[in-house]
Design a protein around this ligand. Sequence first.
Ligand SMILES: O=C(CO)[C@H](O)[C@H](O)COP(=O)(O)O
Length: 222
Amino acid sequence: MGILINPSILSADFANLESELAAISAADYAHIDVMDNHFVPNLTLGLPIVERLAKVSPIPLDAHLMIENADLHAPAYAEAGAASVTFHAEAAKAPVRLARELRSKGVRAAIALKPATPIEPYLDLLGEFDMILIMTVEPGFGGQQFLDVCLPKIQRTRAAISAANLDVWVQVDGGVSAKTIERAADAGANVFVAGSAVYSAEKPAAAVDELRQLAQARCGGH
Ligand SMILES: O=C(CO)[C@H](O)[C@H](O)COP(=O)(O)O
């Protein structure tokens, strides 16, 4: 399974998003944090901006919806041009139905779990998703510290995916940096979201390369 580095534009300059996306053209997906000020105590951007970003981005968009009522709102992000749409388990009433609806629109469907949400209720459903996002911070803000307590959940998720012989990606988001990415890779993640570690770097493209090399050196087994 390949390694993917998805910089989060949460730490980018919101007044210059087109050039901020150009700066990460060597990454795999641009991670777009959609926050509604209800599911999380922060407000970022919504559908019209995602629609524009999808048109100008040199790489596909990975939309991470930190919004309530995901069943109702998530499909519109697929129609807006995101290549991958992630909704939160805590915000979806019918996650399997929603994932099937997203896939029917031709996008990758992913489910996200906050640090206190267990993977166990979803273990028999893994094949319904293209990716599982294990949050390694409480969602809402960039620049937080990576939560090592989430590593066992990443391990259990990867073990279940391997045991079922599924091709499901495991994404980590929150506090991912050159200091923490190896631990996440060792635990079984293969998709890495990094906001501040990329956009606070003098050269975002070099930061993407460094993260990729560190993860690739550890991800031989998955
Ligand atoms: O989903 C998020 C916050 O809810 C962000 O994607 C995440 O925190 C990235 O920022 P950083 O790498 O600075 O932690």
